[in-house]
Every structure is written in C-alpha cells, then in structure tokens.
Design a protein around this ligand. Structure first.
Ligand code: GLC
Length: 544
C-alpha cells in the first residue's frame, strides 16, 4: 500500500473539558490545551483529536451542537481555537476535530425552525412521523432512551433521535441538509484543520419505512443502512477529497467485510475507522477472541484499507482498569497494553491520561456522575421498580465517566487540573498517580510510550508490516510477528498476573535476535528466549 502521513500517525485524544483548566471555571479549555501542547509533543504523537467544542447546551458533553460555527463558552473562543491550531502546527502536530452530523441539539436553530410548524421549509431537515395507533411510529430503542421517538405536542408528530431526546437526528435524505453540512465542513477545513473524527457516521442513513425490530434491544437497525455509502461518497467528492486529511469514522456494528466498504482505498469514502468488536462487544478480556478479531480484520484489510487500534476513549472505561491490572501490576500492565496497541496493524490512539496509567474511577453515588447515558439508564431501571443501589452497582463498571475524570497533573489540590471546582470530581488516587510523579520515575509509563512512539518513526515494519499470530487459542501468551521487506519483528506479551513459559514453534536464531524494547528493564539481548519464564504482564519486542 502507498505510504501516507496519516497511516504513520499516532493520535492523542484530548477530551478538553478534563484536560487542563486555564481560567479556574472548573472546565478544561482550549487555552489549557495550548499550555500543555509541549507535553503532548514530548510524547511523540503526530495528531491531536479534539472532542467537540462547538456551541452546545452540553447535555451530552458537546455531542449536542447548537451552532456549528462557534465555540462553546466553556471551551473558549474562536480566537483560542485559531491560536491552538497555529501553535499545534508550529510544533508539527496535526489537529483533527470531532464532526457530529448525525444529529444536532434540539436548541439548534434548524431544529427550532423545523419544530415550529409542519409547513416550515426546514420541517424536512429532521425526521418527523405521524403517530401509529396513537403511539410511537415503531418499537426502536435509542442509545440513551427507551424509544427513538419523541412526541411534539405543538405539531402532533414524533421526531426521531438515535441518542438523547435533546439530540434529534438530521434527515440526510434532504439535499439541503447535506449541502449545509458540507459547507460547515469546508469552513473548518479552510481554517486549516487536518481532518475529522466522525461521530457515529454510519448512522446517517435510516431504514426505509421504519419497520418494527424483532429484538429492539439490539440497536443495530440504527446503523449501516442503504444509502450510507452514497452519502459518504458524495461527502468525499464534494469536500474531503479536496484536502489532504485524516478521516476516522466511528462505525459501530460492523464486521470486517462491512467495515472495509467504508475505508477501502478504491472506494473514496473514509480513510480509517473505529470498529467496536472489542470496546462494545468484549466487556471483559478474552485473549483468544481478541486474537481472532485481530486476525479477521487484518486479513480482510491487508492491502485494501486501514484499521485503527484503541482500547479506551471518552466513552469506554480506562484500559488498564477494564482490561489490565490497575493494582499490583498497573505499570507493567499499562505498558503491555500499549505495546500491543502500538505494534498491531492500524493507527494507534492514546486517550489522554492513558500515558501515565490513569485508572477508571468509582464514585459512591449517582449524584457524582454526569454521563447522560448512565443517568438515563439509571432512571429508566429505577422507574421499573428495581433497587437503586443494585442498578447503580451494575452501571458502575461501564459508566462513561470512568474515563472522563480530570487529568492528574500533580499531587496538589484537584490534581493541579483546576484552581476552581472541577465539573466532575478528580479520581481520589491522584496523589499516587499523576503526571509529575510518573515523569520523575525511572520506569515511567510516559517514557515507555515515548519509546514506542519513537520506534514507529524509524521502523516502517511497525506500520506496514504483515501480521501473523503465532499463539492462536492461547489465553495468556500473545505472540506475533510483523514483517516488512527485510525486517521481521517478534512481539511477545504475557497477558497474565503469573509467570508463563515462553514457547513457540518458530525458529529463532538466539544469537542474531536483537532486543528492541521490553517493559522489564533487566532483560538483555543475550538472554535465551525459548523456554524463558516471562514475568507478570511482561512485554518484549525483538527483531529476528
Ligand atoms: C458517539 C460519541 C459519544 C456521544 C454519541 C452521540 O458515540 O463518542 O460520546 O454520546 O456519539 O453523539
């Protein structure tokens, strides 16, 4: 495949409201990001992804946009954004923005106009339907509520929302809607941004006629519907293809075959995608299944399309807590997971705080949480008569707020994140886990990430190499090679709290192997590899 800058990228996700607060209002902000750009740069990443900072009533942390052309007060001003972009570019960092165009806020002018009357020219910009037998038009569930339909007293019709009631879906069948979105995209691209992370982009097209679902709880009917590829081709033709950008689609509910349709290089849609076969469908770690997922995606994509690798983000609990050991082996485990994500095929994403091994939070009461998905679900279940304590307990592990707590910069009050009251509580473990402390330690997690990321710049094998799993069916050991031209790398991971003997059928010339990186510092090149006893969460990379 052709080499491009975006295939070689490492992306750092900045959830700005929890990154760094420059003005003491308790929210991180764009100026805060500017102040910490050198920190991001030091890590070695090449792209920064900013979560949405557009004008918004902020019911879903910025994913409910009321004006695509202005900046939310909490985040700062348009000048702040322009400065951020300039400062990032000065440091050779690219910036991609969140593009949220499946829905707007119910406070967006377009929606208030659409809602004002059935005759309004913008009525058809959203999806309105008459009641059926006096009720919702069908039995679909939205991501955040029991129905995708909300009744509007004023006009006697229901509108459609895939997420919260406050997030009505746009009607992509309407050409004027599409043109308005394209124009808005050009506005930001002309400012010089380097691409978009595209929020639930495979939800744009809806099923004709909205038929009832057999199993409404499994919401796959919201995604991948006929028409979606035509919209994305059009978007590419009219907008994206005119810029040299990275576009990464958030694409739930896809198999590799279905996923490839979005990113195959010869199709002209997106550059890469996030699929959710791990984050959504694998609540606890299953190594055998993980390997199967990696293999299928690699085989389907190799030479045709580009994948992405991530284990957490603002919607998914911190990786070391959910998938690793955030206790006794927090450091080793953080490094092992990083080794894996940065050596598997696809663009690696680092979610802020991951680089110092931040852990998922557990607050005591639902009042401490802010996540609309969790709060709505809590209310829904309690209204059914379930015990609130029990409901709370079941929602804790996957609450999106797990990963949304402020970055722990140091051991001072509020972890050095803000001089005010943070919008969400700081994780109480900030005195043990913070940036200042991690950076000062010899076995720093940050330092390990730096090394991994630096390696990608020098060794195309990590990016373009063919992938082969040598450890199928094994739960503890994950061993694979990447091969590119003359270069052949072996990655060894002991995903376990115990020692595991390393064995493989592959021929290894013990005298010629070269150690590239290891998360236990006492490993040397001369150590015999075959039959060695790997320590808990040990990770090594060799050149063979
Ligand atoms: C995406 C975002 C999530 C948001 C949802 C609705 O999944 O990542 O945070 O709530 O879309 O926009």
């Amino acid at each position: 495949m052709e080499r491009t800058w975006w295939k070689e990228a490492v992306v750092y996700q900045v959830y700005w409201r929890s990154f760094y607060d420059s003005d003491g209002d308790g929210y991180g902000d764009l100026r805060g990001v500017i102040e910490k750009l050198d920190y991001i740069k030091k890590l070695g990443v090449s792209v920064v992804w900013l979560n949405p900072f557009y004008e918004s009533p902020d019911r879903d942390n910025g994913y409910d946009i009321s004006d695509y052309y202005s900046v939310m007060e909490k985040a700062g001003t348009m000048e702040d954004f322009e400065k951020l972009l300039h400062e990032a570019h000065k440091r050779d960092l690219k910036v991609i923005m969140d593009l949220v165009v499946n829905h707007t806020s119910d406070q967006h002018d377009w929606f208030t106009q659409s809602k004002s009357s059935k005759e309004h020219p913008k009525r058809d910009w959203y999806i309105w339907r008459d009641p059926v037998d006096g009720k919702e038009p069908n039995n679909w569930r939205s991501y955040f509520t029991p129905s995708t339909w909300e009744f509007d007293e004023g006009t006697g019709q229901y509108y459609f929302h895939s997420f919260a009631v406050e997030q009505p879906d746009l009607n992509w069948e309407n050409k004027e809607v599409r043109e308005a979105i394209y124009e808005m995209m050009r506005f930001w691209l002309e400012k010089g941004i380097d691409g978009f992370r595209m929020d639930v982009i495979n939800l744009l097209a809806k099923v004709d006629g909205f038929p009832n679902a057999e199993n409404p709880d499994y919401t796959d009917y919201l995604a991948n519907n006929p028409g979606i590829h035509e919209y994305l081709k059009e978007m590419n033709e009219k907008v994206l293809s005119h810029y040299d950008v990275l576009t990464v689609g958030e694409i739930p509910f896809v198999t590799p075959e279905e996923g490839l349709k979005y990113v195959a290089e010869d199709r002209g849609e997106l550059k890469t995608l996030f699929h959710f076969e791990v984050a959504d469908d694998m609540p606890t770690w299953d190594m055998v299944r993980y390997k199967e997922i990696q293999e299928k995606w690699h085989e389907t994509f190799y030479g045709k399309g580009w994948n992405s690798q991530f284990l957490n983000n603002h919607d998914h609990t911190r990786q070391v807590t959910r998938y690793g050991n955030d206790n006794r082996y927090r450091k080793e485990s953080s490094k092992l997971l990083a080794t894996m994500i940065h050596t598997l095929p696809g663009i690696p994403y680092v979610f802020q705080g991951e680089e110092i091994g931040m852990t998922g939070v557990r607050f005591d009461s639902i009042e401490d949480y802010n996540d609309i998905a969790m709060k709505n679900k809590f209310r829904e279940e309690v209204e059914k008569g379930r015990n609130p304590v029990e409901v709370f307990e079941t929602l804790l592990p996957l609450s999106r707020d797990n990963s949304r707590t402020p970055i722990q910069w140091d051991e001072t009050e509020q972890a050095g994140f803000t001089e005010g009251e943070p919008w969400i509580k700081v994780n109480p473990n900030y005195k043990q886990i913070n940036v200042k402390r991690d950076l000062s330690e010899e076995d720093s997690i940050f330092g390990y990430y730096q090394e991994l990321i630096a390696l990608r710049k020098e060794h195309p094998v990590m990016i373009y190499g063919d992938y082969k799993d040598l450890s199928k069916g094994q739960q503890r050991l994950y061993v694979y090679t990447r091969e590119y031209g003359e270069s052949r790398w072996l990655i060894i991971l002991n995903y376990s709290d115990d020692h595991t003997i390393f064995h493989t059928d592959v021929a290894i010339d013990e005298n010629r192997k070269r150690l590239i990186l290891a998360n236990y510092r006492d490993v040397t090149e001369d150590d015999v590899l075959k039959g060695t006893s790997l320590r808990p969460h040990e990770a090594r990379i060799y050149e063979l």
